[in-house]
Write a protein that binds this ligand. Structure first.
Ligand code: SF4
Length: 250
C-alpha cells in the first residue's frame, strides 16, 4: 500500500482523487489491514464506535489482533438492553480494555419534561438527535477519524457506503472497514474465533438498538440487516451515519 500512502501521510485532508484511489484499493483489502492503515495515518486520534452488533465485535477483535490500541466508544442512550451492557462487560474482560461510554446531556427525565413522555413514539428523529447525534458530534469534536461497522449489505440506505469517506457532519475522516463484507462473512469470523455476541441475535433480533425501537423479526442472525428497528415507521437510520435522517432534531 506504500505507493498510495506516501503522499497522503503528509496531510490530514484528502482530495476526492485520493479518496477515490483509497477506496478502489481497499475494495480488495481485509478489514484488519485497513485498520492498520488508519492507525498509521491517525494514531490515537482515531476512535472506533460500536453499538455492539456483530460487525463491531469483529472490529474490536481485529484491533486486538493487529495490536491497534485506540479508544473504543459506544453511545449510551440510557435505553439499551441489559444484554447489550452485559456484552460490553464481556468484551472488556476478554480484551482487557475500557470502552468509553458517551452519554446525552439530556437525561431521560429532562427529555420527558421538555418534550413529553416517550418522545421516541411521537418524534423518533428528535429523540435520536438528542440521544445519539449530538453526543456523537460532541465526542468527535477533538478527533480526526472514526471507525464504524456499517456495511453495504445491511440495508438499501447503506448500499452505497464507501470504505473511506469524509464525514461533513462531524468534520472527521470516517472509515468503514467492513463496508464491503457480507453479514455471513462477519458471522463466520465470530464463530471461527468464538467471539462474544449478543444472545438476542439468536432470538430473532438481527439488529439491536434502544429497547423502545427494537423488535424481533423472522430472520436468521446471519442476515444481520436493519430489520426490526423503528417498526411501523419509515425511519431506517438514527442519523449518525446519514444526517438527512434526523432533520436537525425538529
Ligand atoms: S433509537 Fe429510539 S429510543 Fe433510541 S434514541 Fe432513537 S428514537 Fe430514541
Amino acid at each position: 500500500m506504500q505507493d498510495v500512502l506516501e503522499p497522503i501521510l503528509k496531510t490530514d485532508k484528502f482530495s476526492s482523487t485520493e479518496l477515490n484511489q483509497l477506496n478502489q484499493q481497499f475494495e480488495t483489502t481485509d478489514p484488519g489491514e485497513i485498520l492498520s492503515w488508519v492507525y498509521e495515518t491517525f494514531g490515537t486520534e482515531m476512535v472506533l464506535g460500536t453499538g455492539f452488533g456483530s460487525s463491531g465485535v469483529f472490529l474490536i477483535h481485529q484491533l486486538q489482533t493487529y495490536g491497534i490500541d485506540i479508544p473504543v466508544f459506544y453511545l449510551d442512550t440510557n435505553l439499551l438492553f441489559d444484554s447489550t451492557y452485559e456484552l460490553k462487560d464481556r468484551i472488556e474482560a476478554r480484551y482487557n480494555i475500557d470502552i468509553t461510554r458517551v452519554t446525552p446531556e439530556l437525561s431521560l427525565k429532562k427529555q420527558a419534561d421538555r418534550f413529553g413522555d416517550e418522545l421516541w413514539k411521537r418524534n423518533p428523529n428528535q429523540c435520536c438527535f438528542y440521544r445519539k447525534v449530538l453526543p456523537l458530534r460532541n465526542y468527535l469534536s477533538d478527533k480526526k477519524a472514526w471507525v464504524t461497522g456499517i456495511r453495504r449489505s445491511q440495508s438499501d440506505t447503506r448500499n452505497q457506503v464507501r470504505i473511506v469517506d469524509w464525514d461533513e457532519e462531524n468534520d472527521v475522516i470516517k472509515i468503514n472497514p467492513v463496508a464491503h463484507w457480507s453479514g455471513k462473512k462477519i458471522w463466520d469470523e465470530i464463530h471461527r474465533h468464538n467471539l462474544p455476541y449478543n444472545p438476542m441475535h439468536d432470538e430473532g433480533y438481527p439488529s439491536i438498538g434502544c429497547i423502545p425501537c427494537t423488535q424481533p423479526v423472522n430472520a436468521s442472525k446471519e442476515s444481520d440487516d436493519r430489520n426490526g428497528r423503528w417498526n411501523g415507521t419509515d425511519k431506517t437510520e438514527c442519523g449518525i451515519h446519514f444526517p438527512e435522517h434526523y432533520k436537525n432534531g425538529s
